[in-house]
Ligand binder design. Structure first.
Ligand code: AMP
Length: 511
């Protein structure tokens, strides 16, 4: 029998009803009993609205509504319905296409986002109900939904099996058919539920949007490790450091752009970070300089850049403590049952050290795209997930991600991996962020361009940065064009939108 995420919540509510389950920085908290009771109430309210097993329910909420997001996520699973965590940064058209593709029947939202949701309800035939949270000004607890027809807070769970759909996580929606990763109850838990729940009173600090793969996992992962969750709705490095001082988290998760802002913050060297035992970073390449800075400030902690993707689900690589600095650039070793192979264009295995596409297998835990057979067939072949990431395995089986397959820059026949050049730029003391992309070149095919964000008040020039790169990199890898900007375009997860940077570079001639 599959243990459901909601089973773990029930067990926590029975064992530790009055303990804090979640806290939102500057925005309230919720105990396990409150979470359990409120999700039972909301589940009944959804049933009263006609929601049945298998119906899709969108959770479309601002980050500040994190506690209600968590209650909603549990309620949807209690009804046996399918959660569609929805990106709040989508354009109107993108949102419409996504909700239409998922045939969402009910949408849970907040007062600020509700006008758009109501408008879409007029055009999307499947969308029958838009349920809006009470507004904060009404003095309602930040976890409460207050939907009519939901007075009974007793245990509620529609029977579901491991094969039933739990979530659909959309990874793109800008072109073609939207790609939503279909996740079933048997593979929704990233960390398996513990038969004997525990509570250490320590916490896990997180700041990624809840509708992303990293964010949705954060809803149940802390409790599965006996921790409570602390959520920072809008990341700010200074406030993050303060929260670490105040709440002394044992576990923190960051995306590389947050990590970079933290290490370059003026208070980074003074703040007490000793509570942190695990500093997990993930979702994009991490500059070695940033990893080193974090590890040096937290010598006892396990600091590592972990590799994951929505399509792969619970595919873990692990970096043994103390190995991080010896294996700079590695995301660790695949933890069985995950298998990773590196293959060439024809799908043949490559020897260790050689770069090819990483393909992944987790028998019995495969995911697929929702209502997109073509994309599914192109991504999963014979049980192997073709990640689209270029990577290599070293002789000890450590995995190194070198970039997206489509992001390799081929300059006059030489392959250049953006991550290598970005790492060198980030070694420069005045560079806070760097993104390297290919730009068209009439003779070479492609040339290398870099877009950087400098520390405030920095006076370095493109020429100086090029000299810095020339000291560390082969000549053909040195960016010919370097632009300085105040901010890099990023998606909600924090990944740099490289295609947008390429468009911007094409639209602005070099100065
Ligand atoms: P998503 O499913 O949106 O989380 O994106 C997954 C993709 O993010 C992967 O296919 C990689 O391209 C990238 N990614 C995730 N983790 C890492 C990492 N630790 N290092 C480099 N790239 C990463």
């Amino acid at each position: 029998m599959t243990t459901l995420l909601t089973d773990h919540l029930r067990a926590m509510a029975a064992a530790f009803p009055d303990k804090v389950a979640y806290q939102v920085t500057d925005g309230g908290q919720m105990t396990f009993a409150e979470w359990e009771a409120e999700s039972n109430r909301l589940a009944r309210a959804l049933v009263a609205k006609g929601v049945a097993k298998g119906d899709r329910v969108s959770i479309y909420l601002l980050a500040e509504e994190a506690l209600r997001f968590m209650v909603a996520y549990s309620a949807v699973h209690k009804v046996g319905a399918v959660a569609v965590p929805t990106n709040t940064r989508l354009s109107d058209g993108e949102l419409e296409r996504l909700l239409g593709h998922a045939e969402v029947r009910v949408l849970l939202t907040d007062p600020e986002l509700s006008p758009l949701a109501h408008r879409l309800a007029g055009t999307l035939t499947a969308l029958e109900h838009v349920i809006v949270t009470p507004s904060v000004e009404d003095g309602v607890p930040p976890w409460k939904w207050a939907v009519p027809g939901s007075d009974d807070a007793g245990t509620f769970q529609v029977e579901v099996s491991g094969d039933d759909l739990a979530d659909i996580l959309y990874t793109s929606g800008t072109t073609g058919l939207p790609k939503g990763v279909a996740i079933r109850h048997r593979n929704v838990a990233l960390i398996p539920g513990a038969p004997n729940p525990n509570y250490s009173g320590q916490c896990w600090l997180h700041a990624s949007p809840l509708f992303t793969f990293a964010g949705i996992g954060f809803i149940y992962n802390p409790m599965q490790l006996g921790l409570f969750g602390v959520y920072q709705p809008k990341f700010d490095a200074g406030r993050w450091l303060e929260v670490v001082e105040e709440l002394r988290p044992q576990f923190v998760f960051l995306v590389p752009s947050m990590a970079q802002l933290i290490v370059s913050h003026p208070r980074f060297d003074d703040v007490e970070l000793s509570s942190i035992a695990i500093c997990a970073i993930g979702s994009a390449p991490l500059a070695p300089a940033t990893l080193r800075a974090l590890q040096e400030r937290m010598p006892e902690a396990s600091v590592s850049n972990s590799y994951g993707m929505t399509e792969a689900g619970p595919a873990f690589c692990s970096m043994p403590k103390g190995e991080s600095l010896k294996r700079i650039g590695s995301v660790g070793q695949p933890v069985p049952p995950l298998e990773v192979r590196i293959v060439d264009e024809e799908g043949r295995d490559l020897p260790s050290g050689e770069v090819g596409e990483a393909i992944l297998r987790m028998p019995g835990r495969e995911r697929e795209y929702y209502r997109n057979a073509e994309a599914t067939a192109g991504t999963w072949k014979d049980g192997w997930l073709y990640s689209g990431d270029l990577a290599r395995l070293d002789e000890d089986g450590y995995l190194y991600i070198v970039g997206r397959k489509k992001d390799v820059i081929i300059r006059g026949g030489n392959n250049i991996y953006a991550v290598d050049v970005e790492a060198v730029l980030l070694e420069h003391p005045q560079v806070v962020e760097a993104a390297v992309v290919g730009i068209p070149h009439t003779v070479l095919g492609e040339d290398v361009a870099a877009v950087v964000v400098l520390v405030p008040g920095a006076a370095t020039t493109a020429e100086e940065l090029r000299e810095h790169c020339a000291g560390e990199l082969a000549d053909y890898k040195v960016p010919r064009r370097i632009e300085m900007v105040t901010e890099l375009p990023r998606n909600a997860t924090g990944k740099v939108l490289k295609a947008r940077l390429q468009d911007q570079l094409a639209a602005t001639p070099p100065r």
